[in-house]
Write a new protein. Structure first.
Length: 284
């Protein structure tokens, strides 16, 4: 699933190519890709003759403000891609939604696993009202509102594995499997460490590392594991510098110990048993 660095990379790319361009038409090829309005044709008609004026990101959501102050919201979910085409190309089998621009360019939503969704939110309605999960998101992890105190409050009052907690969007907005594994490794914390056992020092270190890892992911243009590309079709480069994610069976870049993988709440976690020992992390 595209995570904060990937979605931020897409946002920045869309800001470069789409702003000021009116939507003159479109096509919905998979009805369930449209969450709002109920009818795909209404979705297309609601966007017609509106121009993109700004792209924002909230967690893993992309929000485009249009020239009438309505909003287009997109969540890429597991395999969604937004592609920018300046020359006509036949849609691939996984194309779900197409937006046609006045310049002849096309913005295309491609989604192999079909979990991605699009919403059109009218100007009189706030996105958080139409999409309740937006209202429950934690503060942006690179903002001043995401403090050590906030993170501590979300962690120490629960009894669950640390990796599971980091994937909770009410704890760290935009965090996913890749950057959670990376943050835990660089913090020296085991994925299965119970959150209520964390010390103040450990939480402060984790907070600092989360921000560092997300910034590095953005600087690298995200991570291409399977399907992620920028709107211009460029792969992300963070995967090549990952410390543990996707490196099961390989040597740790720090100590040479073999990277292992375990499952927590149905999700894979990659870690180094030596750099992230569970017993010492719990003070035992």
């Amino acid at each position: 699933m595209p995570e904060l660095p990937e979605v931020e990379t897409v946002r920045r790319g869309l800001e470069v190519v789409t702003l000021g361009q009116p939507i003159v038409g479109g096509e919905v090829l998979l009805a369930r890709s449209i969450a709002l309005p109920d009818r795909p044709q209404t979705f297309i008609e609601s966007l017609r003759d509106r121009a993109f004026t700004q792209w924002q990101r909230r967690g893993k959501y992309l929000l485009a403000t249009l020239s009438d102050d309505s909003c287009l919201v997109i969540h890429l979910r597991m395999s969604g891609q937004l592609l920018w085409l300046t020359t006509p190309q036949p849609p691939c089998p996984h194309t779900r939604v197409r937006w046609f621009l006045a310049t002849g360019a096309e913005l295309r939503f491609v989604d192999q696993r079909t979990f991605g969704r699009c919403w059109w939110i009218p100007a009189h309605c706030r996105p958080e009202q139409a999409i309740p999960t937006l209202a429950t998101l934690a503060p942006e992890p690179l903002s001043e509102a995401f403090t050590v105190r906030f993170l501590a409050e979300r962690l120490v009052h629960h009894r669950r594995a640390l990796k599971t907690a980091l994937l909770d969007q009410t704890v760290v907005a935009g965090m996913g499997n890749i950057y959670a594994d990376e943050s835990l490794f660089l913090s020296g914390l085991h994925p299965a460490l119970p959150t209520h056992t964390l010390t103040t020092e450990q939480i402060a270190r984790l907070h600092q590392v989360i921000r560092r890892v997300l910034k590095e992911g953005i600087a690298a243009g995200g991570t291409t594991i399977r399907t992620f590309v920028t709107p211009q079709g460029v792969n992300g480069h963070y995967g090549g510098q990952a410390w543990v994610y996707g490196r099961q069976g390989k040597a740790c870049r720090v100590c040479g110990t073999t990277i292992e993988r375990l499952r927590l709440a149905g999700r894979s976690s990659h870690y180094c048993p030596r750099c992230q020992p569970l017993s010492s992390a719990m003070g035992r």
